[in-house]
Design a protein around this ligand. Structure first.
Ligand SMILES: Cc1cc2nc3c(=O)[nH]c(=O)nc-3n(C[C@H](O)[C@H](O)[C@H](O)COP(=O)(O)OP(=O)(O)OC[C@H]3O[C@@H](n4cnc5c(N)ncnc54)[C@H](O)[C@@H]3O)c2cc1C
Length: 387
């Protein structure tokens, strides 16, 4: 029997029944609900907010958090598969779920009080409250310790001033997890839409992640009650802990994007007749596509092992860095090569390759650029910090 071109090493056989069922459910959603509309949404520069309700109903928001907070209580491998199948549709949809789950619900769960968890997590799992995560500032996202946004205690409140840049979901969010300098180190605050002095402005003219909202956030003497401060973490380890969660999911997403591109060129080159034979019958096209399958397979095994380590509680941030670097590089290269194999047809969003290639420009940059992750590995190998 022929091997599955999307899964040459039968990685699916390494999954549990529950993991396979999660993958199938999300795959169906992507095929039926995302793929028919996503090219148009990307063209229009529109986040398809109408999908949020269904995403929530499937239990994809905060899927790894416990059922007592209205979440699905799935394992990390299942979360990875969710990211993979969503990004097979579009990185923007996966980004929405990553931000809501790993960057907003996770810090409330990990660093919040019981009252904060009860107040926000069930509504966030249900998609009734959307979150965004404000860490990056305009003067240098790779070096977040230099953040200028600050909060000063004033009676029962904190007074927040500053700004954040490149914030996914910013304009559609009901709450923002905002990291700010305080007299006691960096702390996290839940800033609510409508608080006086808080504004979001959408970033326009993006050529990447066009089906996702990206915004700048502004804080002008915003009074945030002490009850909205995340009490259980101080310092950069707070936001970095969230990023490890999100980056883990991001290692899986690009696998889906690359699989979508490979499937598209397998179909296309099989039918495209040039010089009297299908392009797929040429050695150069076959070598290119074989090499794509090799890189996708490597990425699948890397993420699955990472997920098993995460579920065993032994995953290290350096391992996440290696996988994020490898898998983003794999997907951006494959998407570009697929765009080339589609010829002129590859330059419109009628085919997915250019959309995935453009999206991957963001995915390889956010949550730590490729260089940042390379330097993390370099430091691990040499013991020398070269940042
Ligand atoms: C679409 C999109 C969505 C995003 N969503 C969010 C979000 O929801 N929340 C959030 O907080 N942030 C978000 N970000 C921000 C993202 O995390 C940052 O863009 C990223 O961390 C890089 O920061 P920067 O853009 O300031 O680039 P810089 O940090 O200025 O980097 C510029 C260049 O310098 C390189 N570089 C950095 N350090 C070194 C070094 N030591 N040696 C050599 N080269 C180096 C980088 O690799 C890069 O090539 C998003 C970004 C994008 C594009």
């Amino acid at each position: 029997m022929a091997l599955n071109p999307q899964d040459l090493f039968d990685v699916r056989s390494l999954l549990t029944e529950e993991e396979r069922s999660v993958q199938d459910t999300v795959a169906r959603f992507t095929d039926e609900r995302v793929l028919p509309i996503i090219g148009g949404a990307f063209d229009e520069g529109r986040f398809p907010k109408e999908l949020v309700g269904e995403i929530a109903e499937m239990g994809l928001l905060g899927s790894s958090l416990p059922e007592e907070y209205g979440c699905a209580g799935l394992n990390s491998v299942s979360y990875g598969l969710i990211c993979q199948e969503l990004e097979r549709g579009d990185s923007g949809i996966r980004s929405f779920v990553s931000v809501q789950s790993s960057l907003c619900m996770y810090p409330i769960y990990a660093y919040g009080s019981e009252e904060q968890k009860q107040r926000w997590l069930p509504d966030m799992a249900a998609g009734k409250v959307i979150g965004c995560f404000g860490l990056t500032e305009a003067h240098g996202g790779s070096d977040p310790a230099t953040m200028k946004t600050h909060a000063r205690r004033d009676g029962d409140d904190w007074v927040l001033n500053g700004s954040k840049m490149w914030i996914t979901n910013g304009n559609v969010a009901d709450i923002a997890i905002v990291w700010a300098q305080t007299d006691d180190g960096i702390q996290g605050f839940v800033v609510e839409k409508g608080m006086e002095g808080f504004a979001a402005q959408e970033v326009k003219h993006k050529m990447s992640l066009r089906a996702s909202v990206t915004s700048a956030l502004f804080f002008d003497n915003v009074r945030v009650p002490e009850a909205n401060r995340l009490p259980n973490v101080k310092g950069l380890k707070g936001p970095l802990g969230c990023l490890t969660q999100a980056r883990y999911g991001i290692t899986w997403g690009p696998i889906g994007a690359a699989q979508a591109c490979l499937k598209e060129v397998l179909d296309y080159t099989g039918e495209r007749i040039l010089f009297g034979r299908p392009v797929a019958a040429t050695q150069s096209a076959q070598i290119k596509m074989a090499d794509m399958a090799r890189r996708i397979t490597t990425a699948q095994l890397l993420s699955l092992q990472l997920g098993r380590l995460k579920d065993a509680g032994t995953m290290k941030p350096q391992q996440v860095s290696l996988a994020k670097w490898n898998n983003c590089r794999m997907a951006i290269d494959i998407a570009r090569e697929c765009r080339d194999l589609l010829g002129g047809a590859g330059i419109t969003t009628e085919h997915a390759a250019i959309r995935h290639a453009l999206n991957m420009e963001s995915v390889i940059t956010y949550e730590g650029t490729e260089t940042v992750h390379q330097l993390v590995i370099g430091r691990e190998l040499t013991g020398i910090n070269a940042f």
